[in-house]
Design a protein around this ligand. Structure first.
Ligand SMILES: Cc1cc2nc3c(=O)[nH]c(=O)nc-3n(C[C@H](O)[C@H](O)[C@H](O)COP(=O)(O)OP(=O)(O)OC[C@H]3O[C@@H](n4cnc5c(N)ncnc54)[C@H](O)[C@@H]3O)c2cc1C
Ligand code: SF4
Length: 322
């Protein structure tokens, strides 16, 4: 059996790749779902055109304003903070001078992400052991999963689209105004090495409701009631769930991986019974290796070689010095 931990974008991509190779997959996940009443309210709005929504409907969808530790607004899903719930107690992390959002939920952070999916360009890979063209087939796989709303515009040369856009999203009036102004001054902007174009967005591959394309309701920041913004949960509930070789095990938080002989032992606790945490051990034979769409081993080995090629005295990625 092959175990994958987590149902965020990384987890579902790894699981899909293993299934493509004909290998069975068990996906262990902390899980966590949106409150049923909030989901029902969002689904109800998704069954109507935005013109039929009242101001109260919109406020209900947005939920209350919540602030993070730095006082910035916290990105919620239809007003719920469920994806961040229990993170502090179940996954405590001591961080100094750095903070990152973490999720314990089905779909992970992709339940609240901005869905902006600009690829890396050649310049971004400068000094790396791989280049943008190496990544191209993997971008294609990922985009086929997420869908792509994009224009073949001025930045496509730097940041290729990789697939034909699957949908089109109209610019807002402000964005159109800005684009028109920038187009007027395109030559000067280019002289200053400033490039512009429409956002590349993971929108429109898995419409779940009656609406098949963006209806410009303006609620992207709060959650799409039409289910048009990609979340890894969609891949889990569609592509992965359809496979008879796939098992989803939500409600377990993995605490430790231990190598023992020819096996890896996965220690996990049941999330819901926090008082009397139930510990379970899953066993993964090392002979079944993970084959991701991007050969992780190759990338890691290349990076390792690259690190080992660092000048004498320079700390390596693993903390050693040459
Ligand atoms: C507000 C916001 C906006 C963002 N906008 C963008 C954007 O526009 N474009 C972009 O590219 N990225 C964006 N990101 C980042 C993007 O969402 C993440 O990079 C991406 O979701 C990471 O995927 P992942 O699978 O590695 O992890 P996650 O999405 O965090 O998923 C982790 C998964 O693992 C599970 N899990 C975690 N720990 C355990 C454990 N111990 N045991 C069992 N299961 C566990 C969780 O339940 C979850 O399913 C945004 C993030 C945030 C917070
Ligand atoms: S993608 Fe955004 S603007 Fe389009 S329908 Fe969904 S929430 Fe509304």
């Amino acid at each position: 059996m092959n175990y994958v931990i987590g149902s965020g974008p990384a987890g579902v991509a790894a699981a899909a790749s293993l299934l493509d190779l004909g290998l069975p997959v068990t996906l262990l996940d902390a899980g966590g779902e949106l409150e049923p009443d909030i989901q029902a309210a969002a689904d109800e709005l998704g069954g109507r055109a935005p013109e039929q929504w009242s101001a109260r409907d919109r406020d209900r969808l947005k939920g209350p304003l919540r602030l993070n530790a730095e006082g910035a607004p916290l990105k919620l899903a239809f007003g719920s903070d469920y994806i961040y719930r229990d993170v502090g107690t179940l996954q405590p992390v001591v961080a100094h001078g750095v903070d990152a959002y973490r999720a314990l939920a089905t779909g992970g952070l992709s339940q609240v992400w901005g869905a902006s999916i600009l690829p890396y360009s050649d310049a971004d890979f400068d000094g790396w052991p791989i280049d943008a063209s190496t990544m191209s087939p993997y971008y294609v796989s990922a985009l086929e999963m997420t869908g792509l709303a994009a224009e073949d515009d001025g930045i496509a040369e730097l940041y290729p689209l990789h697939i034909r856009p699957t949908t089109h999203v109209e610019l807002s009036s402000q964005a159109r105004f800005m684009k028109d102004r920038m187009t007027e001054h395109a030559a000067e902007l280019e002289r200053q090495h400033l490039h512009f174009g429409a956002a590349r967005l993971a929108i429109g591959s898995h419409p779940t409701g009656p609406v098949r394309a963006c209806v410009h309701c303006g609620m992207c920041l709060y959650g799409c009631p039409y289910g048009l913004i990609y979340s890894a949960r969609m891949t889990l509930r569609t592509t992965l769930a359809r496979s008879s070789h796939f098992t989803y095990v939500p409600g377990f938080v993995v605490r430790r991986l231990t190598e023992r002989g020819g096996a890896v032992v996965i220690d996990a606790i049941a999330r819901e019974t926090s008082a009397s945490w139930h510990r379970r051990r899953f066993c993964w034979s090392r002979s079944a290796r993970i084959h991701n769409r991007l050969s992780c081993r190759r990338a890691i080995i290349s990076c390792f070689r690259w690190c080992c090629g660092a000048p004498p005295g320079m700390p390596l990625a693993n903390g050693c010095r040459r």
